[in-house]
Write a protein that binds this ligand. Structure first.
Ligand SMILES: Nc1ncnc2c1ncn2[C@@H]1O[C@H](COP(=O)(O)OP(=O)(O)OP(=O)(O)O)[C@@H](O)[C@H]1O
Length: 399
């Protein structure tokens, strides 16, 4: 007999593509109505209005329910969670990711799985390579609270807002100010730091069998691009991604660093959750564009960070305006998104970066603008943001 329990059971396999958990676990299925003629009507609550993934969720729901022989037709209505429901959903996603890491084997959904595990370092078996789960003792190296490297994750709610561009330019700007800077390109599905920094070489290991980071424009960088070509499909899920992050911290011959920036994948998926849990001292910068919809999605990334008690140090608004030939500013993508996101989290808006073709060209040519044209309008903003971050953090350290 077709009842709510069977419908829910069938829906278990449908995941929120961003939170990577079942829509049932996340309480996204609000109502189920089953008519005697086999028509099933559902109300699914999205985590945020304008969720760009609603088509996928609807298609997945229809696909899963369509496999039940008694189901003759499916009608899906989408609504939006309120603040309280959203918080519960994020908490559940967070807890599920935590459980998944405890011993679950790596899963792949087909496609290429690339094992980048280098030969075990000589120290393996002695020091723990991975940061502990909360309450499991002290972490080691750059993941530990004791190490003085300041770790800053660069996050965005959605792709294409310029998070990788901002990461590269901020790193260069910090290095120009005399800091020792590293970058981990954790944007596993869309890694681009190799291109942005102009690095092409594949991974090399030193005598201790640790990966030697690329070193360009005064910045040390590791990326998936050391192992595979940009654009190559990589299909990895939770625990495997956690392992990747572990390797990028522990199995790399990092020099002493003042700052380590982490280019996170867009959204609030496994990597962001993982970093929040493993690298508890990591701080976060949120990148958004001026549009309200981008801000709403970035809000989710910030929400997850706050759940994990991760400090958000500020918001960077990218593609904020175009400088016209006579010097006036034109807000092509609207305005106010960065400030309203900053206000939501009670953090400063660290800077507004103009939309400039030189920014894109710098990224494509492997010469970040902060290195090639630091006095251009956008170059100067990158430097002022780096200055502001440095100042904020040293004020914090001074108490
Ligand atoms: N301020 C800017 N002016 C002009 N072009 C920009 C600017 N910022 C970023 N871009 C361009 O926009 C595109 C997307 O930027 P980028 O790859 O940094 O975004 P992203 O948020 O990291 O995306 P994803 O997470 O999907 O990889 C790139 O072509 C980049 O050169």
């Amino acid at each position: 007999m077709l009842d709510q329990a069977r419908v829910l059971e069938a829906l278990e396999e449908v995941q929120d593509p961003e939170l990577r958990q079942s829509i049932v676990t996340l309480n996204m299925v609000r109502t189920i109505d089953i008519k005697p003629n086999g028509v099933v009507s559902l109300d699914i609550a999205l985590t945020v209005d304008g969720c760009p993934l609603h088509e996928k969720i609807t298609a997945d729901v229809k696909h899963s329910l369509g496999r039940l022989p008694e189901v003759k037709d499916i009608s899906v209505t989408l609504s939006v969670m309120n603040e309280q429901e959203r918080r519960v959903a994020f908490q559940k996603a967070f807890e599920a990711a935590q459980q998944a890491r405890q011993g679950e084997p790596a899963r792949s959904e087909g496609g290429t799985r690339i094992n980048v595990t280098p030969p075990p370092p000589k120290s393996s078996g002695k020091a723990p390579l991975i940061g502990p789960l909360p309450g499991q003792g002290a972490a080691s190296g750059m993941m530990s609270d004791a190490d003085s490297t300041i770790i800053i994750g660069v996050a965005s709610g959605k792709g294409g807002v310029g998070k990788s561009t901002v990461t590269a330019n901020l790193a260069v700007a910090l290095a120009r100010m005399g800091s020792r800077v590293g970058v981990i390109d954790m944007d596993i599905y869309g890694f681009s730091q190799g291109r942005m920094f102009g690095a092409k070489e594949k991974a090399k290991v030193n005598e201790q069998e640790k990966i030697i980071p690329w070193s360009m424009h005064g910045v040390h960088v590791v990326s998936m691009g050391m192992f595979v070509e940009e654009g190559q499909a990589i299909v990895w899920r939770g625990p495997m991604l956690g392992k990747m992050m572990q390797q990028f911290f522990s199995d790399v011959a990092w020099p002493t660093l003042d700052y380590l920036l982490i280019d996170l994948p867009p959204g609030t998926g496994d990597v962001a959750l993982d970093m929040a849990q493993k690298v508890r001292k990591a701080k976060l910068v949120l990148v958004t564009t001026p549009q309200q919809v981008a801000t709403q999605v970035a809000h989710r990334a910030g929400d997850v960070a706050q759940k994990a008690h991760q400090e958000i140090i500020g918001v960077i608004e990218n593609m904020s305006y175009v400088v016209c030939p006579h010097g006036e500013r034109m807000n092509v993508f609207g305005e106010g998104g960065g400030q309203s996101l900053a206000d939501l989290f009670h953090v400063p808006l660290l800077g507004q970066i103009p939309l400039e073709s030189t920014v894109r060209e710098g990224g494509d040519k492997g010469r970040p603008l902060a290195a090639s044209e630091p006095t251009s309008p956008a170059g100067a903003v990158f430097l002022s943001i780096a200055e502001r971050i440095k100042q904020t953090l040293s004020n914090e350290a001074a108490g």
